[in-house]
Design a protein around this ligand. Structure first.
Ligand SMILES: [Cu+2]
Length: 463
C-alpha cells in the first residue's frame, strides 16, 4: 500500500506513545507506528500521486479528465476525475513543503482546482473568475505554494457540477511531529453520492435524490475492507464533498474525533462517540484502539445510503391499481419510456423521490401482489411459503450475496454471504487476530484473490 511518495521510507518501529504494544491483549510485540517519519496514509481503492523534487520543490502533475469507474462489478460509470482515477489520486506532503502542482485540463470544458482549506496566496486559490482565469480545454495552470498547515485536506474542481461528477482528491499534510498518541494505521476515505438512472452510465448532476453511494469510488461490497491488527491504534480520515451530510458509524468500538478540515483538535476537546456527522465540505479524523477482534461494519447510517441502486425496488415497492403498475421492467417502473425524455414528470427524481416525481409515488397500496410481480428470486421464494404480500409495506429489503464477485485478499476469511450485508456507503473495519492478519497481509503481498466462500448448507435451498 505504501507506494509512491513514501515508498522509499522506513516505517519507524517501536511505539513511542508510551503505550507499550506488549500491554495489549494480543501479545503483539512488533508493530509499525507513526513517529518522526510520517506513517503513509492508506487510501483503499485509490492510487497515490507520485511526485519529484525540483530545486527543493515537490512537484506533482494532475490531469483533469473523464474516467471510467466501476462502482460494483459490472457497474461502470462515466465520471470525471484526475489521472485516470475517481476520486483523484491522493497527494501526501509534509508540513512546510514547497509544492508545485501542474494541472492540465483534458476535459471538454473549462475547469480550475481549489485547495480546500489551504492558507495560501489568493492567486493560488483556484476559483475561476475570482482568482484566476478558468483553465480552458487543453490548457494548463501551475499552482505553487508553501504549506505551513497539517491535517486532512482535499482538492477539488471549483465548478459545482464538476464536483458532482467526481472531481475531488485527498490532500494529506503530515505534521512536522507526529500527533500523540501515535497510530499504527492511517486510512483515508472520500464519500460521495450519485444519481444514475438504470442503463445510463452518466451521473445526473442535477438530481437531489441519490441511488449510488460510494467510499473511495466503490459501493459496498466492492469497497476494499480496512485491515488492522487487533490491539493497533487506528486513524481514519473522512472527507465529504457532495449534496448530503453523512452520519458515519463504526460498530463495536468507540472512537474520538481528533481532527477536522481545519486540522488537529486539542485532546482536551475529545469525547467518546461512535458516529461522526460528516457534513458537506468537511473532513473528520477519527481515532480508536482496535480492541475487539471481528469484522466491524463502518457505514453511513442514512438508510437510503445503505443500499445500492435502490431505484430497482421502485416497481415492487409501489402501486397496484393506480399509477404505474408493479411487475414492470425497471425502466417502465421509473416512467422512463413514457413521454419524451425531458418531460417534467421524468425530471430529477429517482425512485421514492419527493418533489417533481411525487405524484407517481402517492399511489401506494397494500393490496395483495401476485408472486410473479415481485422482483428477485428471494422474494418469490418467500412468497411461495406464506402470504407476506398481505403484510402492508411488503416488500422492503433484499438479501443478495455476491461474495465471489468482490473477492480480494482483504476479504479472505469473511463469513460466507457477508457481501449481502455491505451495500452503498459501507465498508468493513476488519480487526484481525495476529494469525489471520498475517495471512491477509501475505495474500495482499501475493496479490491473490480471497478464497471464494462456500455457501453454508442452510442457505442452499433458496439460491
Ligand atoms: Cu449518507
Amino acid at each position: 500500500m505504501a507506494t509512491g511518495l513514501f515508498s522509499g521510507r522506513a516505517i519507524a518501529k517501536n511505539n513511542q506513545a508510551g503505550q507499550d504494544p506488549q500491554e495489549n491483549s494480543t501479545g503483539a510485540t512488533e508493530q509499525s507506528v507513526s513517529g518522526p517519519v510520517p506513517l503513509p496514509v492508506e487510501t483503499p481503492d485509490l492510487p497515490k500521486l507520485p511526485s519529484r523534487i525540483e530545486n527543493g520543490v515537490k512537484v506533482f502533475h494532475l490531469i483533469a479528465e473523464v474516467v471510467k469507474r466501476e462502482f460494483l462489478p459490472g457497474k461502470t460509470f462515466d465520471v470525471w476525475g484526475f489521472n485516470g482515477s475517481m476520486p483523484g489520486p491522493t497527494i501526501e506532503v509534509d508540513q512546510g513543503d514547497r509544492v508545485r502542482i501542474i494541472v492540465d485540463n483534458h476535459l471538454p470544458e473549462p475547469t480550475s482546482v481549489h485547495w480546500h482549506g489551504f492558507e495560501i496566496p489568493v492567486e493560488m486559490d483556484g476559483v475561476p473568475g475570482v482568482t484566476q482565469d478558468p483553465i480552458p480545454p487543453g490548457g494548463r495552470f501551475i499552482y505553487e505554494f508553501t504549506l505551513h498547515q497539517h491535517g486532512t485536506f482535499f482538492y477539488h474542481s471549483h465548478m459545482a457540477m464538476q464536483e458532482m461528477l467526481g472531481m475531488i482528491g485527498l490532500f494529506i499534510m503530515h505534521p512536522k511531529e507526529s500527533h500523540r498518541p501515535l497510530v499504527h494505521k492511517d486510512f483515508g476515505l472520500i464519500v460521495q453520492e450519485w444519481a444514475i438512472l438504470p442503463n445510463n452510465p452518466v451521473p445526473n448532476t442535477l438530481s437531489m435524490e441519490f441511488n449510488w453511494l460510494t467510499m473511495n469510488g466503490k459501493a459496498g461490497p466492492a469497497t476494499t475492507p480496512i485491515i488492522v491488527k487487533q490491539g493497533e491504534r487506528v486513524r481514519i480520515r473522512l472527507v465529504n464533498l457532495g449534496m448530503d451530510h453523512h452520519p458515519i458509524h463504526l460498530h463495536g468500538h468507540q472512537f474520538t474525533i481528533t481532527g477536522t478540515e481545519g486540522g488537529r483538535i486539542p485532546e482536551s476537546a475529545w469525547y467518546p462517540t461512535n458516529t461522526v456527522l460528516l457534513g458537506v465540505a468537511q473532513a473528520r479524523d477519527i481515532e480508536f484502539d482496535a480492541k475487539y477482534a471481528g469484522d466491524w461494519i463502518f457505514h453511513c447510517h442514512l438508510p437510503h445510503h445503505m443500499m445500492n441502486q435502490m431505484a430497482s425496488m421502485v416497481g415492487p415497492m409501489s402501486h397496484v391499481g393506480q399509477g404505474m403498475h408493479t411487475g414492470m421492467s425497471m425502466e417502465d417502473g421509473m416512467g422512463m419510456v413514457q413521454g419524451h425524455a425531458l418531460a417534467e414528470e421524468l425530471g430529477p427524481s429517482l425512485g421514492r423521490a419527493i418533489g417533481v416525481g411525487a405524484a407517481f409515488e402517492k399511489a401506494t397500496t397494500n393490496l395483495p401482489l401476485q408472486p410473479q410481480q415481485s422482483a428477485g428470486q428471494e422474494m418469490q421464494h418467500d412468497m411461495q411459503h406464506g402470504e407476506p404480500q398481505m403484510v402492508p409495506g411488503y416488500p422492503q429489503d433484499m438479501f443478495m450475496p455476491m461474495d465471489e464477485a468482490v473477492a480480494k485478499p482483504e476479504t479472505y476469511g469473511l463469513r460466507p454471504t457477508w457481501s449481502a450485508g455491505v451495500q452503498g456507503m459501507m465498508t468493513l473495519v476488519r480487526v484481525l487476530p495476529p494469525d489471520l492478519y498475517e495471512k491477509v497481509k501475505e495474500l495482499q503481498a501475493q496479490g491473490r484473490k480471497g478464497a471464494p466462500s462456500p455457501m453454508p448448507p442452510e442457505h442452499q435451498h433458496s439460491m
